[in-house]
Design a protein around this ligand. Structure first.
Ligand code: ADP
Ligand code: MG
Length: 587
């Protein structure tokens, strides 16, 4: 590839250029952080937790920084690297990103360089020389290079100001992008115990954070999580009934003529939805990886320039899109993790003006995502983590609490008071004591062998006489009508909420069978109560209600039949457990 050589020569040139500057000691050694912020970077004030993080690092303490993209993580290590004696080593996974950062730093007079695979020997030599002369402020390195002998040798030549590990979530199998290369970086803490280390990431839920703290031998007080709240975004989740019509109503009532992104799971649905919106008077273009390059870039350009165009897209759309006036992000299908949801909805309202994050979903979507996960991978730690993240998303969908609080808590950020600006705050959901209903569902699932999905379980509860019930010999169970206090929708809602609250698990075997979790024990034994949301029918704007299309609130008439069957179920639990070889609370 002829272009490659000249490109590399150019890179070499730029990397070596600062070698010829005569300064041997950074002029900022020992300076105050604020002064460096102003003089070098030209900003007046620190953002979020930048100042305490920088102060800790200058002191020599290590830190785990979790801030959303664009939050300002780079300054957290760049400034201390200038202030502390020696070179700051920044480990970053993408060569292109490293080169961007190095170029930006050089522009403001910082002596920065990068070292990556495929670099010519001469260039490495030059870097070595600069390290020896202590004339580098920051050195960017790819993770796979850090643990090589030659790099260790390089590090022996110069005092090290700090280590910064960007995208540090790659170090954890709980993270969404685990990279084995990153694992060996944990050695840095033991090899250089006196050098402060900063791990930085935009995506780490509380489990990932805990794992990272452990791997990096850090205490809880080394963790800084800030900046996740997007106060101008109004979060809404609505039950999916006729998704395209619901979407149309949402757009027409809240964002007529404004720019927005609509996410769908499949390419086919993307195209169908874009076309349908067009036919119904909403200007929309599709975007997915299956379209030609020309069409993709055309649609993206139009979206960026037009302030009233809707782009209907798969997850392929959004990375690096910086359009400040996106007024809404709508999900016709839920993404597969709460992190992804946060990331995607974060594209709304970058200008700080009011914006909407709106989602429509149904229980079947979550089941399908579980099945998808199961097919996609072995039952390894990664799949386990993904499943956990999917459950978090489901919990968010089904919550009766402030959605903003659920999101912030997921990232471990101190949650404020209920926000007053999400659907659950604006239209507080009524709750009812669903303990008995939960016990019935759990018992019914246990008695049918934990082999069936929500549909069949509901049929049994309702005393239906379906072919499936006859075939599996559940007619006896079914004839009692133990669940006639609720209709089909009502039971589905109870089941959904029990899954969301982790009393039930959707089986991984691919058929969506419901299984009891250990959390059921106190409920079945009558030691814990279960608060459930009343799914009430709402009139008016469907877009702003949380439980828009479900049954009326049940009040539980204690029919004698229901009671007796229920009692029978409880009595035989121990017996059944013995037969099935499981702990009593499972049946
Ligand atoms: P992150 O790595 O967290 O995604 P960056 O460090 O790249 O974010 O910062 C995002 C942008 O914010 C950059 O343009 C940066 O210059 C700017 N920025 C960072 N800190 C401040 C600050 N204190 N004041 C003003 N702008 C800042
Ligand atoms: Mg960054």
């Amino acid at each position: 590839r002829p272009g490659q050589d000249s490109f590399e020569t150019l890179c070499l040139f730029f990397c070596l250029l600062p070698c010829f500057t005569p300064v041997a000691v950074s002029s900022w050694t020992g300076a105050a952080p604020r002064q460096v912020l102003r003089s070098v970077f030209g900003y007046d004030t620190f953002r979020l937790a930048q100042q305490p993080i920088i102060e800790r690092t200058v002191r020599g303490d290590s830190t785990l920084v979790v801030m959303p993209t664009g939050g300002g993580k780079s300054l957290c290590y760049q400034i201390p690297a200038l202030i502390r004696e020696g070179v700051g080593i920044v480990i970053s996974p993408l060569v292109a990103l490293m080169q961007d950062q190095v170029a930006a730093l050089q522009q403001v007079g910082v002596r920065a360089a990068c070292l990556h695979a495929g670099q010519p020997h001469a260039e490495r030599q030059a870097l070595c020389q600069r390290l020896r002369q202590n004339t580098l402020d920051l050195l960017y390195v790819a993770p796979e290079r850090v643990t090589t002998d030659s790099f260790a040798h390089l590090l022996d030549h110069a005092p090290i100001a700090l280590f910064a590990i960007d995208e540090v979530h790659c170090m954890s199998q709980w993270g969404h992008d685990f990279r084995p290369d990153y694992l060996t970086l944990t050695d840095l803490r033991t090899r250089f115990p006196d050098v402060p280390l900063i791990g930085a990431t935009a995506t780490a839920d509380t489990d990932t954070q805990a794992d990272l703290l452990e791997r990096l031998h850090l205490d809880d007080d080394a963790l800084f999580v800030t900046g996740f709240d997007r106060p101008n975004i109004q979060y809404t989740v609505t039950r999916k009934s006729r998704p395209k019509r619901q979407l149309k109503q949402f757009i027409e009532t809240r964002h007529a003529g404004e720019a927005g992104i609509v996410y769908c799971r499949t390419r086919k649905k993307v195209e169908g939805t874009a076309e349908w919106l067009g036919e119904h008077g909403i200007r929309a273009v599709p975007y997915h990886a299956g379209l030609s390059d020309a069409m993709r870039s055309d649609h993206q350009q139009r979206f960026l320039q037009d302030d009233g165009l809707v782009v209907v897209a798969t997850v392929a759309f959004g990375m690096g899109i910086d359009k400040p006036d996106v007024r809404f992000v709508a999900h016709l299908d839920p993404p597969s993790t709460l992190e992804a949801y946060y990331q995607e909805t974060g594209r709304a309202g970058r200008d700080g003006r009011p914006a909407d994050a709106w989602m429509t979903y149904r229980y079947g979507d979550i089941v399908r995502l579980h099945q998808f996960l199961d097919r996609s991978d072995a039952n390894d730690a990664h799949t386990w983590a993904q499943r956990h993240k999917l459950n978090a998303l489901f919990g968010y969908c089904e919550t009766t609490d402030c959605r903003r609080q659920v999101l912030l808590r997921y990232f471990g950020e101190e949650a404020p008071e209920p926000c007053g600006n999400c659907d659950t705050c604006l239209h507080p959901v009524d709750t009812w004591d669903g303990t008995v209903a939960a016990q019935k569902v759990l018992s019914c699932i246990a008695r049918t062998g934990q082999r069936f999905g929500a549909g069949h379980v509901t049929d049994v509860l309702l005393g239906r006489n379906t072919e499936k019930i006859r075939r599996h010999g559940h007619t006896e169970l079914s004839t009692y009508d133990i669940g006639d206090e609720l209709n089909k929708q009502g039971w589905k809602s109870v089941i959904r909420q029990l899954v969301a609250a982790r009393f039930l698990e959707v089986d991984v075997s691919g058929y969506g069978a419901l299984k009891l979790t250990s959390a059921c024990k106190p409920v079945l034994q009558g030691e814990a109560t279960v608060e459930l949301r009343k799914d009430t029918k709402r009139t008016g704007s469907e877009g702003s209600s949380s439980g828009s299309a479900s049954s009326a609130a049940p009040d539980l008439p204690d029919t004698p039949e229901a009671r007796s069957l229920f009692e029978a179920l409880r009595r035989t639990r121990t017996e059944l457990a013995k037969a099935q070889g499981v702990p009593p609370y499972v049946v």
